[in-house]
Design a protein around this ligand. Structure first.
Ligand code: 8DG
Ligand code: MG
Length: 162
């Protein structure tokens, strides 16, 4: 089997928050992840990001930009993904994400990068101990801290716009 390409999207609102949800029914079930999906044959990263976000949340995105990438070997699930992280701005006045694929996600919430970092740090501390949290970060998101230290989605997004 060869690695596949996954696209995770930072769906940004005016408050510099982005959409996060607990995965359900597939790879990384029970973990917090960005909305996204598989890159389809012939698609650009931007097309894939816009399509997946519309399908999963009903939100339209503008100013899509490449932010970073991680390499993710999911040993337990025998899967290997190259994850492309994109960022985009939601179109409209404070639109809310809809749960359009409830079989795949518990629900969408707005989060900050500090929230995600706190989850990563709590998880790193609890690793191997009894009080390990139920909800953890989906590996591609966790890998950002391990493979791209110093990354911040908002800073990266803004710097790519200049
Ligand atoms: P698709 O098969 O319809 O294209 O996608 P989906 O139904 O939306 O499935 P998904 O599980 O959300 O995404 C497909 C795979 O993409 C997932 O199993 C692993 C990979 N993937 C990453 N990073 C990310 C990410 O940040 N978010 C999401 N949702 N998927 C990701 O490698
Ligand atoms: Mg998806």
């Amino acid at each position: 089997m060869e690695p596949r390409v996954g696209v995770g999207v930072f769906v940004l609102n005016k408050d510099n928050k982005f959409v996060l949800g607990i995965r359900k029914g597939s790879t990384g079930s029970g973990t917090w992840a960005l909305p996204g999906g598989h890159l389809e044959f012939g698609e650009t990263f931007e097309e894939c990001a816009a399509r997946e976000i519309l399908e999963e949340t009903g939100l339209a995105l503008e100013d899509l930009r490449f932010l970073t990438a991680t390499n993710n070997v999911m040993k337990a699930e025998n899967k290997h993904y190259i994850t492309i992280f994109m960022g985009g701005t939601v179109v409209g006045d404070n639109p809310e994400p809809q749960l359009l694929e409830p079989e795949k996600c518990e629900g969408w919430e707005w989060a900050t990068w500090d929230d995600v970092r706190s989850m990563y740090e709590a998880e790193a501390q609890a690793a191997g101990s009894e009080n390990r949290k139920e909800s953890r970060l989906f590996l591609p998101l966790k890998s950002i801290f391990q493979q791209r230290p110093g990354f911040d989605p908002i800073q990266q997004y803004l710097s790519k716009g200049q």
